[in-house]
Design a protein around this ligand. Structure first.
Ligand code: PRP
Ligand code: URA
Length: 207
């Protein structure tokens, strides 16, 4: 497992704007889309290239192109949906699956309610969820994907708590994690501190 923290200044600046409690739903959504694009840029960094002969207006050349890496984006509902558009603008041919789960408010344990993924299991799956708190939701989502036959999985989050990173690392050591920030801790309600609050509510304006 590798933990990648994308410390690009633009990502860090945009994340600070997202964290502010006065940031509007509209702005929050736009910023999440923009950061997702940059995180996607890092997550695809090791894609292999192949070469094909093309002709520019001046000469023939061997030009690089991506060698058939097929991707499925798998948002954990609801908040993971906010990261899909940034990724599809980067990888337009990506398929999109959906993993429906919410965190029970009392127990903080994930509850499944929906699962739909494309049939082809050889694709790289990028699981998206802005918040990696206890790690319960991400771990269960990845377990479900593996039970379904997916073998090549990466996790893309915005903000994580150390507890969440530890849980994913221990339960799924083969899954690389991409983050914009690793925060300090969880509070007594298992919210990330300083964090940005409830990501789903902030994306969809439900509070
Ligand atoms: C949030 C978040 C993650 C989960 C993180 O979702 O988007 O899915 O909690 O917590 P964990 O790491 O402790 O499992 P939530 O349950 O609030 O659902 P929502 O996206 O529908 O708002
Ligand atoms: N889910 C959120 O949306 N935010 C947190 O800080 C923790 C879980």
């Amino acid at each position: 497992m590798a933990l990648h923290i994308v410390d690009h200044p633009l990502v860090q600046h945009k994340l600070s704007l997202m964290r502010k409690k006065e940031t509007s739903t509209k702005k929050f959504r736009e910023l999440l889309k923009e950061i997702s694009f940059f995180l996607g840029y890092e997550i695809t960094r090791d894609f292999k290239l192949t070469y094909e002969e093309i002709e520019t207006p001046l000469a023939k050349m061997n030009a690089p192109k991506i060698s058939g890496k097929k991707v499925v984006i798998a948002p954990i509902l609801r908040a993971g949906l906010g990261m899909v558009e940034g990724l599809t603008s980067l990888i337009p041919s990506a398929r999109v699956g959906h993993i429906g789960m919410y965190r029970d408010e009392e127990t903080c344990k994930p509850v499944f309610y929906y699962y739909k993924m494309p049939a082809e299991k050889s694709r790289l799956v990028i699981v998206t969820d802005p918040m990696l708190a206890t790690g319960g939701s991400a771990c269960d989502a990845i377990t479900r994907l593996k039970e379904d036959g997916y073998k090549n999985i990466r996790l893309m989050c915005l903000v994580a708590a150390p507890e969440g990173v530890k849980a994913v690392t221990e339960q799924h050591p083969d899954v690389d994690i991409y983050l914009a920030a690793l925060d300090e801790r969880l509070n007594e309600r298992n919210y990330i501190v300083p964090g940005l609050g409830d990501a789903g509510d902030r994306i969809f304006g439900t509070k």
